[in-house]
Write a protein that binds this ligand. Sequence first.
Ligand code: HEM
Length: 333
Amino acid sequence: MKLTNIPYLASSSSTGFLYSSYCRGACRGRSDGKLVIAASAAGNKLAADSACSQLFEQENEDALSGPRSSCRYRRRNFASSILLPFLLPCVNISTAAEIYDGSIIRSGVRNVLTKAKAAGVLRLVFHDAGTFDISEKSGGMNGSIIYEIDRPENTGLNRSIKVLGKAKKEIDNVQKVSWADLIAVAGAEAVALCGGPEIPVRIGRLDSRAADPAGKLPEETLDATSLKTLFGKKGFSTQEMVVLSGAHTIGGKGFGSPIVFDNTYFKVLLEKPQTSSSGMAAMVGLRTDWALTEDDECLRWIRVYAEDQARFFDDFKDAYIKLVDSGASWRTA
Ligand code: HEM
C-alpha cells in the first residue's frame, strides 16, 4: 500500500484538524479526495488547495451538464461558495505542516515488517532504550542506536536498522518521523505481528544527535542480582525485568517458535532444559535467561507468566510502554 493512500486521521493540532475538515468537507464523496488528503498530510497547502479546486471545478462541470444538473447540486455549490470564505482564514500553513500521525508510521512499518524480521526489530528497541540511566540522566529511547551500531553488543542489529530505514524513507515523504518513534512503533508492531498483545505507543519522541554512553546494556554473563541492579538503574522492578525478558520467546534462542510471541519462554525456563544432557537442549537460552530461574523473586514471576499468558501479555504491554518512554524527550507542539 502506498502511504499516500492512507485515509486522513484527526491530528492533535486543532488548526491541522480544521484544515483536514475543510478538505474533507469540500471534497467529500470523491475518490480523488486522497489527493487532497496526501497533500494536506504533507503540509503542502498549495498542493492541497489546487487539488481541492480541481475537484470543485470538476464538480461544477458535472453539476451543469447531464442529468445530475439538479437543484440539490446547485444548492450544495451555493452553500460551499458561502462557507468557504469563512473556513479558509482558519487554515494555518505552518501548523498544517506539523501534522504528525501515528497511523502513518504504523502503516509504513507494516509495509516492511515480516514475522522473520520481528525479533531483530524488537531487540533493537531494547538496545536503543536500554542505555537509559536515571541517575546520570542519560540514554534512553532517542534513536541514538544508529550511532552505536559498531558496538559489540549491537552486532547484527544493522539488518534491522536497514529494514526500518526503508520504512523511514517512505514515511518521511509524507511526514518526518524520528528514529525513536519509528523503532518504538516498530517493536510494538513486531510483537502484534507474532501474535502478542496490541501495544499503544505514544508518538512525538525527539532524536538524539550523538551516541549514548557505552556499557549500559546487560552482558550475557550477569547473574540475577547484577541484572536486578542494572535494570533498577533504569527504573525497572524485578517483575518488569522478568516480563521484558519474555521478549526472548521470539528469535533464535530456542524458546519455541521463533516467530510466535507467547509464554513459551517461561514454560521452557521452568523445564530447565539446560540441565539436560542433550546437546540440543543446552543450546536453549542465554546465561542471563537461566540466571533468572536461580533467584526466588524472579522465579515467582516466571511461574506466574508460565501459567497465565493473558497476565504475561498485559504486564509485557505495560513494561514495553515504560521501556519506550524511558529517557525520551518529546515534541512540544
Ligand atoms: C535481560 C537482559 C538481556 C540480555 C543479557 C539480552 C541479550 C541478548 C542476546 C545476547 C541476544 C542474542 C543476539 C544474537 O542472537 O545475536 C538477544 C536476543 C534477543 N533479545 Fe535480548 N537481552 C536481554 C533483554 C532483552 C529485552 C528486555 C528485550 C526486549 C524487550 C530483548 C529482546 C531480544 C530479542 C527479541 C532477541 C532475539 C533477536 C533475534 O533472534 O534476532 N532482550 N538478547
